[in-house]
Design a protein around this ligand. Sequence first.
Ligand code: PGA
Length: 254
Amino acid sequence: MHQSTRPYRIGQRFDLEVYESEEEMSLRAAEIVSGYVRANPELLICLPTGSTPTRTYELLAQDRDLDPEVYERLRVLKLDEWAGLSFNEEGSCEAYLRRHVLGPLGIREARYFGFDGKAPDLYEESRRVAGLLDRIGPIDLCLLGIGVNGHLGLNEPAEVLSETAHVIELSETSRGHAMIATAKERPRLGLTLGVGDILRSRKIILLISGAHKRNVLHQLLQTGITTALPASLLRLHPSVTALCDRSAFGPGDS
Ligand code: PGA
């Protein structure tokens, strides 16, 4: 059991646990996910990409090595994708998930769902995923990271957010994300599940790691609910567990 140095409650049901290191945070995240998969082997889990969840995925792969049957029926849904990047292109969310999740956890094609960033008609592709989620959803467990600008998936800060899967114009902040730093052509658009899809998830785990996330974490703790900070909508959800490390939270106990 990994001890959070200090549990917080934000609003009625949003719990924040602070861990001394990214490793401790990831151990806790993997422990929660593996508990959910054991409780419901056909779980539909929505997974993000990026640097934050990578260690959690490695730990889940270790768990699967010990107990492969547990993951045999797990269903995985990709949270978002950069438009214009093919499945094989380094930097695509697909390539990331294949490397860190689908291969190591042995998720077969029939149990994996997600956007094709290279679809000829992106709007049609987002409707396809929306229809798919209508059939297989809601998401049982949604793992999330947070952008430095407060985005969730690729739901960017805006006056109006979209409820279901959609095509989105990326913010300059997101266009600067490390994942696509070496892309042949930096994407201008993204495909993402909507905030409604995320909020309809039965359980949400939010991971926040690193000093570069300190500012956005403090905005999340201090501001109200606003579409200018999409992550703040999580405060409306009945069951969110946020896990952060000390570098994101800041020094001391305050
Ligand atoms: P990161 O990305 O995990 O690489 O920080 C998260 C995000 O931008 O949503």
